[in-house]
Write a protein that binds this ligand. Structure first.
Ligand SMILES: *Cc1c(COP(=O)(O)O)cnc(C)c1O
Length: 365
């Protein structure tokens, strides 16, 4: 079976640099909030083009920290897309607020600003677009909406570190943005990790407080906080990987272009990148009918696939909103299929994937 995401190929390439970075941490011994964490925050700030970056323990924590720093909690509503990874909605529920689901644009799977507007109530405090599979929703339209109704936009940028919209980076397109360094994300650590980005100095201070026990000075806790920090070892890994990240984004886009070409030749649906966007292709997805049969024959041919995501968030038992019905979310959940995707995927492998998919679709009718 070929790998779905080949972290081994990347490691082989970066191995000396990764080992040196980890050795340095073992040598200085500052495992929590060591110098690599600060160095990484500085570099990420520059890379994204914002004034402040605060690292934390995961992307899920980053979302919760943003919500807490904005004092969003019980009685408040946050608009989220009905189609995403669970953390987009669970982070809202975990701070005691209510996730309100909006539908997506069928072509891209991104939050539809018109749906976003339709879901606004007097209780709405924020809107949380997800930069799904590596590209941003229409952030200008969402910012305009937020201005008009006095809301905050929180970008869930867990899948889009490195993406741009009209030349500006994902992470710099909203009041606050949250990303993830889970190993399989475009910029991945060797464990959990996350970060928040903002230009707002006051909000940045609140975020730092919330993520660090609410501690304003040693043993003085001015607000309720969490313990959410990025390990120094993970910061060292990320600094080592960041050196090759821009190159990897170019490779990802070349892989996606090859898929686009091969799939179009076979008359199979390709993902749409919206005007003004570049994507980092956290996933490369097509849409198929008879998905189960197609997946089974691909597996038989040695080709792994995945489903991001099989169920709308409002149908998850823990987050259910029984009255909710969002047609575009439901259609996408039934049809979406993710193909192997990583910067080191070779042209010959892609030809194999697409040929096997073509045959599987034909056999499935
Ligand atoms: C991965 C992901 C998260 C959560 O990130 P973790 O670091 O795994 O906690 C949140 N939202 C989306 C859209 C994600 O893909």
């Amino acid at each position: 079976m070929m790998p779905f995401i080949d972290l081994g190929a990347q490691q082989q390439r970066l191995r000396p640099r990764l080992e040196a970075a980890m050795q340095a941490v073992l040598a200085h011994g500052c495992y929590v909030l060591g110098p690599e964490v600060e160095a990484l925050e500085r570099q990420l700030t520059r890379r994204v083009g914002v004034a402040h970056c605060i690292t934390c323990a995961s992307g899920t924590d980053a979302l919760q920290i943003a919500l807490r720093a904005l004092d969003i909690g019980p009685g408040d509503e946050v608009i989220v897309p009905g189609f995403s990874f669970v953390a987009t909605a669970s982070s809202v529920a975990l701070v005691g607020a209510r996730p309100v689901y909006a539908d997506i644009e069928p072509g891209t799977g991104l939050l539809d600003p018109k749906w976003g507007e339709a879901m606004i109530t007097p209780r709405t405090r924020a809107i949380m677009p997800v930069s799904l599979f590596g590209q941003c929703a229409d952030m200008a339209a969402l910012a305009a909406l937020a201005d008009r109704y006095g809301l905050t936009v929180i970008e869930d940028a867990a899948q889009s570190f490195g993406a741009t919209q009209h030349g500006r980076c994902s992470g710099a397109l909203s009041r606050v943005a949250c990303t993830s360094f889970f190993p399989s994300k475009p910029l991945g650590a060797y464990g959990d990790g996350g970060a928040l980005f903002t230009d707002d100095a006051e909000l940045a201070s609140a975020i730092r407080l919330v993520a660090r026990h609410g501690e304003a000075r040693r043993y003085h806790h001015s607000r309720l906080g969490m313990n959410s920090r990025l390990d120094t070892l993970q910061a060292a890994v990320l600094l080592a990987k960041l050196e090759s990240f821009d190159e990897e984004v170019v490779l990802r886009q070349a892989v996606a272009e090859r898929y686009d070409r091969l799939l179009q030749q076979a008359d199979i649906i390709t993902p749409r990148v919206a005007d003004g966007n570049t994507s980092v292709y956290a996933q490369y997805c097509t849409c198929v009918s008879h998905r189960e049969a197609v997946q089974a024959s691909l597996a038989e041919a040695g080709i792994p696939t995945a489903i991001h995501y099989p169920t709308p968030l409002y149908r998850q038992p823990a987050l259910a909103d029984p009255r909710c019905r969002l047609p575009a979310c439901e259609t996408l959940c039934e049809r979406i299929l993710s193909l192997p995707m990583h910067p080191y995927l070779e042209a010959a492998q892609q030809t194999r994937v697409v040929e096997a998919l073509r045959q599987a679709l034909q056999a499935a009718g």
